[in-house]
Design a protein around this ligand. Structure first.
Ligand SMILES: [Zn+2]
Length: 484
């Protein structure tokens, strides 16, 4: 079978020596997952040099399940659902649109993520039927929405719910291919639609995570059906866990009055119904990607070397959980920081925190040209010429401090290949410029692939003054007229 995956990454400048190969080199074609190394020091009850290499737990802290929620659409009642969730120890993710620019503090996205107990997922800019759009418009809908939501919350967005659940057209197989490529180029790696992940010939295995949805009832809460489904999952847990270790409630935050109280009763019972890690979908997505891309090696000293993805590319900085058999491990530390250690069921779970240098961005902004408000002194621009395929990015560091750890990820619409290109640079001195350019090729024909606007986005991750930031620079070019 001819490979459907023409989305390749071009790494033009590869300067940092602090990276290691990813766990699965096939996945590097969709943009690299930057990794870094840590040394785990174990104090054990006897000889730590005899400890075998630990397993990687599928759920944080070695819990049996991740438990989350998924609520779609920019509906103000989401704030009532959130309050009911937090009263009952439930967490989760709200999937929002981004039709108009909003002031950050007043936005629903900002209010829903306040205190970090809940997160935001992508739901497209304007809630269209994506299969009816050209592939380039689908890409715009997914990535421009992600950029807007990240800027409103100053947090990464890694999970998507398709508007109307639409991602394919059975008469036109190219739609599923175009939507899948748009999804990956837009930087998502989690989707609430299970069959998009498990029955998708255009998606390489192991790249995208999903979950098991259980519906308590959007308008009328049907607790009986809900608990019957939960019991079914519990009875066949090992089968369900082949697909995902995350159970999540959904779909719409419509419950009000008595129904909201009934939903609260379901949540109250659910809280300790099983051995749960209560988390957002963003955290679960990050945890799964982390586990799939981490390598643990034993060192001669009896210590362990962990090569793991940088949290800023995962979307959340939850620790990694290592599982040792028995109770030999007394304590553990990494980078001089103590790890939490839990003993249960004749196993020991060690939660290894990220190094904060590779943590998630604390400030995120976007600009079409010039200076972003949140990063005065960073002046960037992006141009794209669809005739020649040339994309050019420039950055001037007019701040008072050196910029370090720069990673630039360029995403172009599906009309062009490769879809993602990346560049790295260890530092950019005060007053210096950084210019990079690449040429992408129009390898596809037909209205579906050529139509729509060409929206191009450059995501720059960096450390400024000791703080991790992210700056998007975008440009939009009208598409050429298809000639078929
Ligand atoms: Zn919706």
């Amino acid at each position: 079978m001819v490979s459907h995956f023409a989305l390749t990454a071009v790494v033009l400048t590869w300067l940092s020596a602090a990276t290691a190969p990813t766990a699965n080199t096939d996945q590097s074609a969709y943009g690299t997952t930057e990794t870094y190394r840590q040394v785990l020091v174990i104090e054990s009850r006897s000889d730590s040099s005899k400890l075998p290499i630990p397993q990687l737990a599928p759920v944080y802290d070695g819990r049996k399940w991740a438990l989350s929620t998924r609520w779609d659409d920019s509906n103000p009642n989401a704030l009532n659902i959130r309050r009911k969730m937090l009263e009952n120890g439930i967490r989760g993710t709200f999937y929002l649109n981004s039709r108009k620019p909003e002031p950050q503090q007043q936005s629903l996205a900002h209010k829903l993520t306040d205190q970090g107990k809940c997160s935001i997922g992508g739901h497209s800019v304007s809630h269209p039927h994506l299969p009816k759009l050209p592939a380039n418009e689908t890409f715009y809908q997914l990535i421009a929405n992600r950029i807007a939501l990240e800027c409103l919350t100053d947090r990464p967005v890694n999970s998507l719910a398709f508007p109307f659940g639409g991602y394919q057209d059975r008469e036109r197989p190219e739609v599923l291919q175009g939507v899948t490529e748009s999804f990956l180029r837009a930087g998502y790696h989690h989707c609430v639609y299970i069959y998009f992940v498990t029955k998708n010939p255009f998606l390489p295995p192991g790249m995208v995570s999903t979950g098991l949805q259980v519906i308590p009832g959007d308008r009328k809460v049907d607790a009986k059906t809900f608990w019957a489904r939960m019991e079914k999952i519990r009875q066949s847990s090992s089968t369900y866990q082949k697909t995902s270790h995350c159970i999540f409630l959904g779909v719409h935050p419509w419950q009000q009055g008595e129904e909201l109280e009934r939903l609260g009763q379901v949540m109250k019972k659910l809280r300790n119904w099983d051995d749960f890690w209560h988390c957002t979908q963003t955290e679960y997505a990050a945890f799964v990607k982390q586990r799939r891309n981490t390598i643990v090696k034993k060192l001669d000293s009896g210590q362990f070397e962990i090569t793991r993805p940088c949290a800023f590319q995962l979307g959340s900085d939850d620790p990694l959980t290592l599982v040792f058999d028995g109770q030999e491990v007394k304590s553990a530390s990494v980078d001089g920081i103590a790890c939490t250690v839990r003993h249960a069921d004749d196993k020991t779970f060690v939660n290894v925190p990220h190094n904060s240098r590779f943590g998630i961005p604390k400030t995120i902004d976007a600009t079409a040209e010039g200076t972003a408000k949140k990063f005065p002194g960073l002046i960037s621009s992006l141009t794209f010429d669809p005739e020649t395929g040339k994309a050019a990015f420039t950055l001037k560091n007019a701040t008072a401090v050196q910029l370090t750890d720069l990673l630039l990820t360029l995403s172009v619409p599906p009309a062009f290949e490769p879809g993602i290109s990346q560049w790295k640079r260890p530092q950019l001195a005060v007053g210096d410029n950084w210019s990079v350019a690449t040429t992408v090729s129009p390898r596809r024909t037909g209205n579906y692939w050529r139509g729509g606007r060409y929206y191009v986005a450059a995501q720059l991750d960096f450390v400024l003054d000791g703080k991790r930031g992210r700056l998007f620079t975008t440009c939009t070019v009208a598409a050429d007229t298809p000639s078929e």
